[in-house]
Design a protein around this ligand. Structure first.
Ligand code: FAD
Ligand code: DLZ
Ligand code: SF4
Length: 510
């Protein structure tokens, strides 16, 4: 008998370790302290993952497979993946342990030691949940001076024949991003996100999480995520029918009390195996050919999955483990408390933190241009920022979280991922949202106690990082503007920044 271990983010019948599963094999799925607490995940994320694991086990059993399911509160639970595998081997005639490579470096390093730790042979299979393997990405990266997503994405479009017209991109352009930056109009109505009722399995899991993880961040209820493959497919269909057509137009827009906007909200399903990337891409492509969604929306959505998602994973495996320790800008301040409480006068940050706490979700532009931009400008330590992003979102796994945080928002990798820091002043948030209308600060004031803190923090960031950034060709304009400021203005920027950082308790280094 072979023992096939399936992890909480491998919940797919097509996963490599299950491809040749026989009826007398055993599939081991276990809820363990090791995975539930290596960061203190949002309560809703744990409930989602445990419930999806339990439903997946139920589906496997219904199809005639034997599943050994270890619940978190099982009195014999050893708390670790290795402990559970060893336990099982000790009392069953196991000939081999079959695993799919995990999505995170941390676990891959651990699984590689299992060959010597376990008394039976271990087969570690390639992770086939993505469209590019780490070695394909490494081949693409080999010899290139810069690893820009756009060029990788074009290769992926060709390879998978997505939105192609022979050898040319459909519509004549590869990328329609320029059409996808519309500010939100005044009375935009946003459709509701997909909501599914809580069933008996999810109810049990919610009760368990309530008791077992009382000190973890986030609101456990209301809970409305899908927890099965069929539910995730319904959520995908709802997105394609109701939101895809405006996904492009309002991709970067933010509205007070509208956490979901026109995004798809499928990241958590993709990342745990309930949906596959290619099926999401094909459904969006079909919507374009059927005429129900325009090209700027469909191309924009497909680029996120076929481009960004595959690209950040490629960067992760290419650059780990060094990537995790990179801090090129030498940022050392601790994360402000308001990232946990939402208690700040900055309305944009309050909104994004409170929505994150409620939903274990924030859309991309909130993560990037509000929460991320602030962490960059304020010089917050990448370890603190990574820890926060890893634990607050239901779709967070290190392979995708780390490059987005250390690469995309913090520039801690010195430009491996992005050609320049995504730094912005308050005018960006004012243009792309209505958050400033309800804020105590004014985005049009540049200095002093009423000024939007993003304004002076932006110039303070540019000024204090000039040694590293002034030669960046994409930053030339900023350094010219800074050069034209007189000493008084520069001093006011430094003083305001110092005062504000002191007020929020992060003027001391970590
Ligand atoms: P949509 O906006 O509808 O996009 C569709 C899909 O494209 C997403 O579900 C996702 O699978 C993919 N995608 C879009 N942007 C990216 C990107 N930059 N990198 C990788 N995939 C992308 N995504 C995660 O899946 N997990 C994370 O932990 C995560 N952390 C992030 C941290 C920061 C600082 C930033 C800036 C982005 C992060 N992202 C992360 C990327 C992106 O914000 C989320 O994938 C997206 O917000 C999920 O919501 P959605 O499903 O509605 O996405
Ligand atoms: C995220 C998560 C959580 C919360 N709990 C478990 C668990 O108890 N058992 C398990 O097998 N997987 C869990 N996961 C997903 C893993 O953390 C994920 O497989 C690794 O981080 C690799 O990506
Ligand atoms: Fe955010 Fe500044 Fe606007 Fe306030 S004024 S909501 S802090 S951008």
């Amino acid at each position: 008998m072979k023992l096939r271990l399936v992890l909480g983010d491998q919940l797919s019948l097509s996963i490599a370790s299950l491809q040749d599963v026989a009826k007398d094999d055993v599939v081991l799925i276990c809820e363990v302290k090791q995975e539930a607490t290596y960061v203190k995940h949002h309560k809703k994320k744990i409930a989602f993952v445990f419930s999806a694991m339990r439903h997946f086990a139920q589906d496997l059993r219904a199809q005639g497979y034997t599943v050994q399911y270890v619940a978190y509160d099982d009195p014999n639970n050893t708390g670790s993946l290795l402990g559970e595998v060893q336990n099982f081997i000790a009392s069953h005639p196991v000939s081999q342990v079959v695993l799919t490579k995990p999505a995170e470096y941390r676990l891959l390093s651990e699984f590689e030691t299992w060959r010597t730790e376990l008394s039976v042979p271990v087969e570690l299979r390639e992770d086939d949940r993505f469209l590019a393997t780490p070695s394909e990405f490494a081949d693409w990266a080999d010899g290139r001076k810069q690893l820009r997503m756009e060029f990788f994405y074009r290769e992926m479009r060709r390879k998978h024949n997505v939105l192609m017209d022979g050898t040319a991109p459909v519509g004549g352009q590869w990328n329609y991003d320029a059409e996808n930056r519309k500010p939100p109009p005044k009375h935009l109505t946003v459709p509701e996100t997909y909501k599914t009722p809580v069933d008996a399995i999810t109810r049990q899991v919610i009760d368990l999480v309530h008791i077992a993880f009382p000190d973890h961040f986030g609101d456990l209820t209301p809970f409305h995520f899908a927890v099965t493959r069929s539910g995730a497919l319904e959520a995908l269909d709802q997105f394609i029918d109701q939101r895809l057509s405006l996904f492009g137009d309002y991709q970067d827009a933010m509205i007070q009390d509208e956490p979901w906007m026109y995004h798809s909200h499928i990241g958590l399903y993709l990342n745990c195996g309930l949906l596959t990337p290619l099926e999401c891409i094909r459904r969006a492509e079909a919507a374009f050919y059927e005429g129900s969604a325009p090209l700027n929306a469909v191309e924009g959505f497909i680029r996120q999955i076929l481009g960004w998602r595959e690209y950040v994973r490629g960067i992760y495996w290419l650059k780990m483990p060094e990537y995790k320790n990179m801090n090129v800008l030498g940022a050392t301040r601790p994360l402000p408390d308001f990232y946990w409480t939402g208690e700040t006068q900055m309305n944009c940050l309050r909104q994004c933190v409170l929505e994150t706490k409620q939903n274990a979700y924030a859309h991309h532009i909130q993560r990037l241009m509000v929460l991320g931009n602030f962490a960059l400008l304020a010089g917050i330590d990448p370890d603190d920022v990574n820890n926060w992003y890893m634990l607050v979102y239901a779709d967070a796994y290190e392979w995708v979280e780390l490059p987005n945080v250390s690469g995309m928002i913090l520039f801690a990798d010195g430009g491996i991922l992005a050609s320049k820091p995504y730094a912005a002043s308050g005018s960006y948030i004012k243009k792309m949202s209505n958050y400033c209308d309800s804020c105590s600060y004014k985005p049009t004031i540049k200095n002093g106690p009423k000024a939007c803190p993003f304004n002076y923090l932006y110039w303070d960031f540019i000024d204090r990082n000039s040694k590293l950034l002034h030669s960046n060709p994409r930053m030339g304009f900023m350094y010219k503007t800074l050069g034209r400021m007189d000493d008084d203005k520069r001093q006011a920027i430094a003083d305001d920044s110092q005062r504000f950082l002191r007020e929020i308790g992060v003027d001391e280094k970590n």
